[in-house]
Ligand binder design. Structure first.
Ligand code: PRP
Ligand code: MN
Ligand code: MG
Length: 180
């Protein structure tokens, strides 16, 4: 089945306004502290780039990245996740913020939280642009959420369908192409 980009779910202006609010909240919560912001490749890249620039300079921000993948779709519900690229730097005794584009089943984040907690951070919080609560399997609490969304397949602003459409400036839904 082929898919095409359908309606706009969240346009550029709403994204920008919400990212600014999240940045403000993070600036207040981490005022005067050092914060390691960890982006989960690849979906979080666009959101993270905007989010870190929305954090005031009263927070000493540094950036690191992790790349993870589940062992294929059939085993995704097992929550077994493989680390393809680990962090470059230690998070021991650091305040850490994981940045995601979307929480769906929550399995990726529950694995990541477990793995990163074992490394002894001072604190570990999670920020996700989108939260698709209907699909949740793992019990994971997200500290900063941009938007709650319904169970639609979404692309744009970092989110992909088979690696396409990450570069779209808004968040769109995707629908099957109806062939004549
Ligand atoms: C997507 C998304 C989250 C994860 C959420 O990543 O970016 O990382 O899935 O799903 P979950 O809550 O059900 O675990 P994906 O594996 O598609 O990789 P990508 O970020 O490179 O697109
Ligand atoms: Mn991802
Ligand atoms: Mg993806």
């Amino acid at each position: 089945m082929d898919y095409e980009v359908a309606g706009t779910l969240i346009d550029e202006d709403r994204l920008a306004r919400r990212v600014a609010e999240l940045g403000k909240a993070i600036s207040v919560d981490y005022n005067g502290r050092e914060l390691i912001v960890i982006g989960i490749l690849r979906g979080a890249v666009i959101f993270m780039a905007d989010l870190v620039r929305a954090i005031d300079d009263n927070v000493d921000v540094s950036m690191d990245f992790m790349s993870v993948s589940s062992y294929g779709d059939s085993t995704k519900s097992s929550g077994v996740v493989r680390i393809n690229k680990d962090l470059d730097n230690s998070i021991k005794d650091k305040d850490v913020l994981i940045v995601e584009d979307i929480v769906d089943t929550g399995l990726t984040l529950s694995y990541l939280r477990r793995v990163l907690m074992e490394r002894g951070p001072k604190s570990l919080a999670i920020c996700s642009l989108l939260d698709k609560k209907e699909r949740r399997i793992a019990d994971i609490s997200v500290d900063y959420v941009g938007f709650d969304i319904p169970d639609l397949f979404v692309v744009g602003y970092g989110l992909d369908y088979s690696e396409r459409w990450r570069n779209l400036r808004s968040v769109h839904s995707v629908e099957p192409t109806i062939e004549a």
